[in-house]
Write a protein that binds this ligand. Structure first.
Ligand SMILES: Nc1ncnc2c1ncn2[C@@H]1O[C@H](COP(=O)(O)OP(=O)(O)OP(=O)(O)O)[C@@H](O)[C@H]1O
Ligand SMILES: [Mg+2]
Length: 395
C-alpha cells in the first residue's frame, strides 16, 4: 500500500489557501493586512488607491498568505453586498512587456474588456469606465515584483500601478489597493526616484519560518497527504532541521519537496514507513536552491535550454561553460525532444534563468549553476535532468 492518502496535497501547486481555514504562523501578517485594508470595507469600497509591499525570502508563505487574505477580503465584501474582487497577478508568468501585462490583467477582470488593438492608456481608460459603470472595485496582488523589475527595467509597471488613481484624480478609481510581493528590497535600487517615491517604503515582513514553525506546518501538510503511521515526529523534525539551516534558510517549499520525495522513495521501495534514512538520501540528491516548483514553472523552451546548460557542464566537467558551447548543446537537446527550433532566443532564456537565480551568468564565457561544488555537480545534474524531463513530459 502507498504511504500517500492524497499525493496531490504535497504537490508544489496545491492551493492550501483554498482549502485551509487559516495559514499557520502567518496570523500577525494577516492581521497587519486587515489593519491596512480592512476599513475599505467600512467605506463600502469608496476609497482611493493604497499601496503596500510584502517582503520575505523564498518559501516564507507570501504568495499563499496573500491569496488567502484576498479570498477572505473578497468574501467579507460580498457578504456585505460590497462589489470588490481580489485579482492576483504573477509577474513571472503574466508579466512580459507592459502591454502584455495589462492585456492579462484586463482579461482576468472581464474578458470582454480586452482587445489586441488597444494601447495601455486605452485599456486603463476602459477598465476604469467599466469599473465605474458596474460599481465594481478591485484589490490587486502583484507577485514577483523583484523578478520583474530585474528583467524588465524599462517597462515602468511600478510607476503605472502606484499612480493608477492619477488617471481619475478627483475620485476613487475603482482599484482600492495594490499589494506588491518581493523576496527582498534590493529591487528598489533599480527603480527610478519617481517610482520609488510612489511605491513608498511601507512593507510587511515575512521572516523565514523557525524550526518549530516548520515542524508544525509540516505535520499539518503531512496529515493531509500521508496515511497515519507512515511518518514519525522524527522524520518531520529532521526535515525541519535541514530546512531551517543554510543554505535553505527556512524555505518551506524545499521542506515540502523533501517530504514528497522521501515518501516517493518509500513507495518505490515498497516500504510503508518513511524513515530518516529516506530523508537523508533524498536531501543528498536534490539541490536545495532549486525546487521542483521553480523548474516546473519555467516556460517549456526554457526548460530545454536549462537541460542544454546542464549537459554542457556535464560534458565539460567544469563549473562554467561558454554561451557558444551551450548553444551547441541546446541544439542537440531540442532535436532529441523533437523540436526543430526554439521560438525564443537562447540568449534571452539564459538571461532569464539568471534573473530567476537558477544559473550564474558571470559573463558570456562563464555560465554555471550557482553555488554547486564541482564534485556535487554531476550527481545533482543527473537528478535535475530526470526532473526536467518529467516536467517537460507533464507540461
Ligand atoms: N504557513 C503555511 N502552512 C502551510 N503551507 C505553507 C505555509 N506557508 C507556505 N506554505 C506552502 O509552502 C510553499 C511555499 O509558499 P509560498 O509560495 O507562499 O512562498 P513565497 O514566500 O511566495 O515564496 P517565493 O518567494 O519563492 O515565491 C507553498 O506550497 C505553500 O502552500
Ligand atoms: Mg511566491
Amino acid at each position: 500500500m502507498s504511504v500517500f492518502s492524497n499525493r496531490e496535497c504535497l504537490s508544489p501547486n496545491y492551493p492550501i489557501e483554498r482549502y485551509w481555514k487559516n495559514i499557520p504562523h502567518r496570523n500577525t501578517q494577516i492581521k497587519n493586512l486587515w489593519d491596512f485594508y480592512g476599513d475599505i470595507l467600512d467605506k463600502k469600497g469608496d476609497s482611493f488607491l493604497r499601496r503596500l509591499q510584502i517582503i520575505g525570502p523564498a518559501g516564507s508563505g507570501k504568495t499563499c498568505t496573500l491569496k488567502y487574505f484576498g479570498k477572505k477580503f473578497e468574501e467579507e465584501a460580498h457578504k456585505n453586498d460590497i462589489n470588490i474582487d481580489h485579482i492576483y497577478m504573477n509577474l513571472k508568468f503574466e508579466g512580459g512587456r507592459r502591454i502584455v501585462f495589462y492585456r492579462n490583467l484586463l482579461s482576468k477582470v472581464e474578458p470582454g474588456l480586452f482587445s489586441m488593438n488597444l494601447s495601455v492608456e486605452e485599456m486603463l481608460r476602459n477598465l476604469f469606465d467599466y469599473l465605474e459603470r458596474k460599481g465594481r472595485s478591485l484589490l490587486l496582488t502583484i507577485d514577483e515584483l523583484d523578478y520583474y523589475v530585474k528583467h524588465f527595467k524599462d517597462e515602468q509597471i511600478v510607476y503605472d500601478l502606484t499612480r493608477l488613481n492619477e488617471f481619475i484624480p478627483d475620485r476613487p478609481c475603482g482599484i482600492v489597493g495594490v499589494t506588491f510581493l518581493a523576496r527582498d528590497d534590493a529591487f528598489h535600487k533599480l527603480l527610478d526616484l519617481a517610482e520609488l517615491s510612489s511605491l513608498g517604503r511601507l512593507y510587511i515582513e515575512f521572516k523565514p519560518y523557525t524550526p518549530i514553525q516548520l515542524e508544525n506546518i509540516l505535520t499539518l501538510r503531512a496529515r493531509d497527504a500521508l496515511h497515519f503511521g507512515t511518518y514519525s515526529d522524527e522524520v518531520i523534525e529532521l526535515i525541519a532541521d535541514i530546512t531551517s539551516q543554510p543554505p535553505i534558510n527556512g524555505d518551506l517549499r524545499y521542506a515540502l519537496d523533501l517530504l514528497l520525495y522521501s515518501a516517493n522513495l518509500a513507495d518505490n521501495q515498497g516500504i510503508e514507513q518513511i524513515t530518516p534514512e529516506h530523508v537523508r538520501k533524498v536531501h543528498g540528491v536534490i539541490y536545495p536552491e532549486l525546487t521542483t516548483e521553480e523548474i516546473l514553472s519555467l516556460p517549456d523552451e526554457e526548460k530545454l535550454v536549462l537541460i542544454g546548460i546542464v549537459r554542457t557542464l556535464q560534458l565539460k566537467r567544469r563549473a562554467y561553460a561558454t554561451l557558444k558551447d551551450i548553444k551547441l548543446n541546446v541544439g542537440v537537446v531540442t532535436e532529441e525532444f523533437g523540436i526543430r527550433r526554439l521560438k525564443g532566443g537562447i540568449d534571452e532564456y539564459v538571461q532569464d534563468l539568471s534573473d530567476r537565480g537558477i544559473i550564474d551568468l558571470k559573463s558570456l564565457l562563464e555560465i554555471g549553476i550557482s553555488g554547486v561544488a564541482l564534485e556535487d555537480l554531476t550527481r545533482f545534474l543527473n537528478s535535475l535532468i530526470k526532473r526536467l524531463q518529467k516536467g517537460f513530459a507533464n507540461s
